[in-house]
Structures are given as C-alpha cells and as structure tokens.
Design a protein around this ligand. Structure first.
Ligand code: UT7
Length: 332
C-alpha cells in the first residue's frame, strides 16, 4: 500500500460493564418468553444495565482508564479519540469530546463513529490508517453503548438481546522491532437493506413528538430472522476476505472475535469459516448484544483472562445496522 510510513499495534485494552443486570427471569415478567428459550436461541443469560444518571461516556471513561494504564501512556499523550456508538450522551456535542474532557486529554482530534455494531471495527481501521500515514502516534478507540433506553421492554424480539457496556483500545505507532501489528482491514456497507434494523425517531426524519411516544417509535425495530441470515453470510465473507488478502490459512488464526449478537450466529460463522468454536471468543452469555462494544469487550476479557496472548493472530469481524460489516486482522 502506498503512503504507509508506519505500522500500528494495540498497546492496551480495557472494558467496563455496569453493575445492573437484566436477567432472563426478569424478562419473563415483562414479555411472553422463557429463560430456556432465550438461552437456547441466543446464548444470553443476562445483560448489563446502567444505573440512573450513568451515561455512555461514563462507561467509556472506565474502560479507557484501564486501556491507557495498560498502554502506559497518559490521556494527554492521545492524538485522537474515536468513539464508536449509536447511543451517544447527546446528539451534540459528540461523545468523543465529552470523553476527552472527562479524561483531561487536552487538545486532540475527537470524533464519533456511527456504524452500529460494526462501529469498533470501523473505528479501529480508521485509527490504523491515521497511524500508518503519520503523524499521529496514540489513538484511543472506544466502543460504548447505553442501549437500554432504546429498547421496548414490551417487544420480545429485541428486549432479550441488548445491553449496556464499553470497551476501549489504545492504538499506538509500532516500533520497527515490534512483532505486534495490524495487518489489514476490510470494511463494507449495504444501505439497500438498511430497513432491517432501525431506530425510527429522534433524527431529522422524525423529530420527537407526542405521536412518536404514542406509537413507540423511540425504540429500535428489527427484522431479526433476516438480520440473522445476513450476519452469518457477511461475517463469514469478511473473514475469508481478510485471510485471502493476507494469504493466510484459517489454521494460522489463533482467535476469531466476532460481533456478539447471538451465539447461533457465531456458531454458524465459525462453521462457514471452517474454524473450531474453541478458537472463537464468546462472551455473549454474560453481556448480551452491546452493539459497538461487543468486539472490544470480548477481546479485552480474553486478554485479561489469558486466552489471548501477545504474538497470536486475531481476526475481528462485525456486522450491524446500516447494514455495515467488516473484518480486521492483527498480530496482537
Ligand atoms: O447486532 C445486530 C442486530 N441484531 C441481531 O443480530 C439479531 C439477529 N437475530 C436473532 O438473533 C434472532 O433472529 C432472534 C433472537 C431475534 C429470534 O430468534 P429466531 O430463532 O430467529 O426466532 P424466530 O424469529 O424464527 O421465531 C421462532 C419462534 C416464533 O414462534 P412460532 O412462529 O414458531 O410459533 C416466534 O414467535 O420463536 C418465537 N419467539 C419467541 N419465543 C419466546 C420469538 N421471540 C421469542 C422470545 N421468546 N423472545
């Protein structure tokens, strides 16, 4: 690739899930569902929920502090903050600026990335590009969501899936002798099928009104079965694309970290891709679908408990509203 001056690596990660829990048993009291059905069909046992007053940037702050410490840099050494979310604190200002202030990061670029569940992979790819071409050296990439306010707890198709959480990674310019590096990323979008997963109200198309509230259009609407099929097809394709591009065979991948939306989607992707589930990081049971946060929370958990080790090949893949999708291959 032309104009590549440097390589980037992940120098630190962190994650934070708020203390509140929404259990399947609790959901049984709200909608016609059962713990057994939800576990069987999604793999989810519970999801986390913020306490009153806790906002997306608060969760991101907790994750970022851990990532910065691990990367051994202070917030004022950051050149950029990329904040992947579809549930910002407010529409304006962007949540990256709010986090910049909370971290006392000082002057740096600060931008939100809206690509739903693919948001973290998109943001990581953007960070990699900025590092590769210089002059930036340290970029904080966050995936954080407070989705519970956008979930209709009368809709059993969606309320069983989503939760709140945050993850963060520091992306740093690699030293010439660093083995650890981001190899490639491949990002895609298909706006032709954007109707599969939408949040109808709150934008210029449908500003908030009494009618919005009466019709409950402030909540996410999803065509679950169709999304399921697209998710499997797209993430499998993205994984293959990453390997083909790097001329790497699947057996050289130590861990695949897919978007955590449904354990059956993850199993089907592993199947299509021809990789054993032993090599797939699955954290959905304890957190549900946290959109832009899932990939980095799962990655951080696997790093912290020793599954992922330095020098291993890690393949991230994600799929989300938009419809967006992508993959990123790295040596951790
Ligand atoms: O992050 C990206 C966005 N979202 C996703 O990736 C979600 C992708 N989709 C899914 O995870 C799954 O499609 C769901 C979990 C949403 C639904 O699971 P499914 O296995 O696709 O169920 P289904 O829609 O095919 O429905 C099967 C049956 C239906 O009953 P009948 O018609 O067979 O009698 C549904 O009415 O299960 C019923 N059902 C439920 N039963 C108990 C649907 N939701 C529930 C529920 N509890 N919560």
């Amino acid at each position: 690739m032309n104009n590549v001056l440097y390589r980037s690596r992940i120098s630190g990660t962190g994650s934070y899930l708020p203390e509140g829990l929404i259990t399947n048993k609790y959901l049984e009291t709200l909608v016609d569902t059962s713990d057994e059905w939800v576990r069987d069909r999604t793999g989810i046992k519970h999801r986390h929920k913020v306490k009153d007053g806790q906002v997306t940037s608060d969760l991101a702050y907790e994750a970022a502090i851990i990532a910065l410490k691990e990367a051994n840099i202070s917030a004022n050494e950051l050149d950029m903050i990329l904040f992947a979310t579809v549930s910002p604190d407010q529409i304006m200002p962007n949540t990256a600026c709010v986090l910049q202030s909370k971290l006392k990061a000082g002057d740096c670029m600060a931008l939100d990335v809206s690509a739903a569940c693919s948001g973290f992979v998109y943001a990581l790819a953007i960070a990699d590009q900025f590092i590769k071409t210089g002059p930036l050296k340290n970029i904080l990439v966050v995936g954080a969501e407070v989705l519970t306010p956008y979930v209709n707890y009368k809709d059993r198709d969606t309320c069983i899936l989503f939760g709140d959480g945050a993850g963060a990674a520091v992306v740093t310019r690699a030293r010439p002798d660093d083995e650890s590096t981001i190899y490639s990323h491949h990002l895609h979008a298909d706006g032709e099928i954007s109707d599969l997963f939408v949040l109808p109200a709150g934008g210029s198309k449908m500003p908030f009104s009494q009618e919005v509230l009466d019709k409950e259009l402030q909540y996410v609407k999803m065509k679950g079965r169709e999304i399921f099929k697209h998710a499997v097809r797209t993430m499998s394709k993205c994984c293959k694309e990453a390997l083909d591009y790097n001329q790497m065979s699947a057996d050289k991948v130590d861990w695949v970290i897919p978007h955590q939306a449904n354990v059956r989607i993850i199993q089907a992707v592993a199947d299509h891709f021809g990789i054993s589930m032993d090599k797939v990081v699955v954290e959905i049971e304890e957190m549900g679908n946290t959109s832009a946060a899932t990939v980095i929370v799962a990655m951080d958990k696997a790093i912290k408990d020793g599954r992922i080790k330095r020098g291993q090949n890690i393949l991230l893949t994600a799929f989300g509203a938009g419809i967006t999708s992508g993959s990123l291959l790295m040596k951790y």
